[in-house]
Design a binder for this molecule. Structure first.
Ligand SMILES: *Cc1c(COP(=O)(O)O)cnc(C)c1O
Length: 501
């Protein structure tokens, strides 16, 4: 680990925020010269009242000034091209640039969503191939690419399960059982879909309590929603028993498959006994995301549920072409216009084709290996309460730091920024005190993991010898520690120039 100790000094990122682009440049500077317009006078083409009489007060900058301005802006925040981003459950991994080239192909990027199926055969073929690939990967029969996020997929999955029960006049099945280790979006999606979440406590080892499940399952049970691997980074290994209990009670099994990056190519939800799964393409299949998007959360379903997927469906015709089949009932427009976030879907297809089946399996293996490597090397300073074999992420507890040094998990997270590492997810899941949830992903190198270990050890040393330094962090970032509660309650989103920050 000796090489990792280089480069361990907290570094000042950017002493100054850049000036507003309106305060830069000067008259007459430009990066591009347009040919002179010698057509009709503008007034002859446009109604005079919409024509500008004076030139607009736009900033005038040369190309190098513009490049420097935006490059500087891009370095104010942390991002994956800047350094490690182990934000647990969010899968912030490197997104291959070839995906961007694929979505920018004119034959895809220049399509209009109102074009008829005969015009967009190539796109429909690509989407069908993605649907089939995702069904193969998950062990299911049919797929809808429409949902625009993981939570949106959960919502559609819940609607499908509800529609299935209603079609059998099974109106009282409105309860969805959810283990307390589930992702926070799960109960929210259940409520929005008009059903009721019911929490099932986990066992002390962090997995589903089958006894509690047996007691809860009954005539009201519409289904169960399980995040697997769960948010403690543990594989739920009793799924066969869970499936038996829930299916015997008449319910369906939903898997939150946002963490599919831990098990791709190793096992399939369809083979385990699930009936529906959603995938987070923007995470597992690499689309740059964060700050709220963009995403795609397709669902794959078992044969019995396929008739309840929203239309229009993409259907392969005998002549090798594709058509769109309208289906009765609410169409996909009830949850999203057109075909969903097509750009994210195409990136996912490029990723799948480039990796191939073996490559995807290797992705999961390396994601798990990297997480276990970190858990092992940090074990003496960061205990993991549920420690038996994490998958792609692990949830450590900062409670010993709090007890010994008065340094909280929040402080550790902030201090990491001073070392050029994004904070892990903190205080989630709620069942771990001072939770510190680390997901390194498969795209970090051994050196990068070793540096993270060295940085955590350096912060541990600081917490012991100079706890105030850690409590006041970050001290090298363009803005220091913010009042996050006030920022959420009284957001001030106006740009008033650099000195107002
Ligand atoms: C990220 C995540 C979600 C939500 O996905 P969004 O795309 O953010 O809506 C749901 N479940 C798990 C386990 C996740 O990690």
């Amino acid at each position: 680990m000796s090489t990792a100790n280089e480069n361990l000094t907290p570094r000042r990122w950017n002493a100054d925020l850049p000036a507003s682009i309106f305060d830069q440049g000067g008259p007459g500077r430009r990066g591009l010269t347009f040919p002179r317009w010698d057509g009709a006078a503008v007034d002859a083409v446009l109604p005079p009242e919409v024509c500008r009489r004076e030139p607009a007060d736009f900033p005038a900058l040369s190309e190098p000034e513009v490049m420097r301005h935006f490059t500087k802006l891009s370095t104010l925040n942390h991002h994956i091209e800047r350094g490690m981003y182990p934000l647990g459950s969010c899968t912030m991994k490197y997104n291959p640039r070839v995906n961007e080239q694929v979505v920018a192909l004119p034959g895809l990027a220049d399509l209009h969503p109102e074009q008829g199926p005969e015009d967009i055969q190539g796109l429909l073929g690509a989407l069908k191939l993605l649907e089939n690939s995702l069904c193969e990967l998950t062990g299911f029969h049919a797929c809808s690419l429409i949902p625009a996020a993981g939570a949106h997929g959960e919502y559609l999955g819940m609607l499908v399960i509800r529609a299935f029960h209603l079609a059998r006049a099974d109106r009282d099945r409105v309860e969805i059982l959810i283990p307390d280790s589930a992702h926070g979006t799960n109960p929210a999606s259940v409520v929005i879909a008009g059903m009721r979440p019911r929490t099932i406590k986990s066992r002390p080892d962090g997995r589903i309590d089958l006894e509690a499940l047996r007691e809860a399952a009954g005539e009201k049970t519409a289904g169960i929603m399980i995040t697997n691997p769960n948010t403690l980074g543990l594989f739920e290994n009793d799924i066969r028993e869970v499936a038996e209990i829930i299916h015997n009670a008449g319910g369906k099994l939903y898997m939150d498959g946002a963490n599919m990056n831990a098990i791709m190519g190793k096992t399939r939800p369809g083979d385990m006994g699930f009936d529906v799964v959603h995938l987070n393409l923007h995470k597992t299949m690499s689309t740059p995301h964060g700050g709220g998007g963009p995403g795609a959360g397709p669902i794959c379903v078992a044969k019995e549920l396929a008739p309840f997927l929203p239309g229009p469906w993409i259907v392969s015709a005998d002549d090798g072409g594709y058509s769109l089949q309208k289906i009765p009932g609410p169409g996909s427009n009830s949850i999203h216009a057109y075909f969903g976030n097509v750009g994210v879907c195409l990136r996912a297809l490029a990723y799948i084709l480039r990796c191939g089946g073996n490559g995807l399996t290797r992705v999961s293996e390396c994601a798990v290996l990297n997480a276990r490597y970190l858990q092992h090397h940090l074990g003496d300073i960061l205990p993991v309460p549920h420690a038996d074999g994490c998958m792609h992420e692990f949830v450590a507890s900062g409670s010993p730091w709090k007890a010994e040094f008065g340094v909280r998990t929040l402080d550790i997270a902030k201090r990491l920024l001073d070392y050029g590492v994004h904070a892990p997810t903190i205080y989630f899941p709620l069942i771990v005190d001072e939770a510190f949830m680390v997901e390194p992903t498969e795209t970090e190198s051994r050196e990068s993991l070793d540096r993270f270990v060295a940085v955590m050890r350096a912060i541990h040393h600081e917490a012991r010898t100079d706890p105030d330094l850690v409590r006041e962090a970050p001290v090298t970032t363009p803005v220091g520690r913010m009042d996050e509660a006030a920022a959420a309650r009284q957001p001030d989103l106006r740009w008033l120039g650099p000195c107002n920050c």
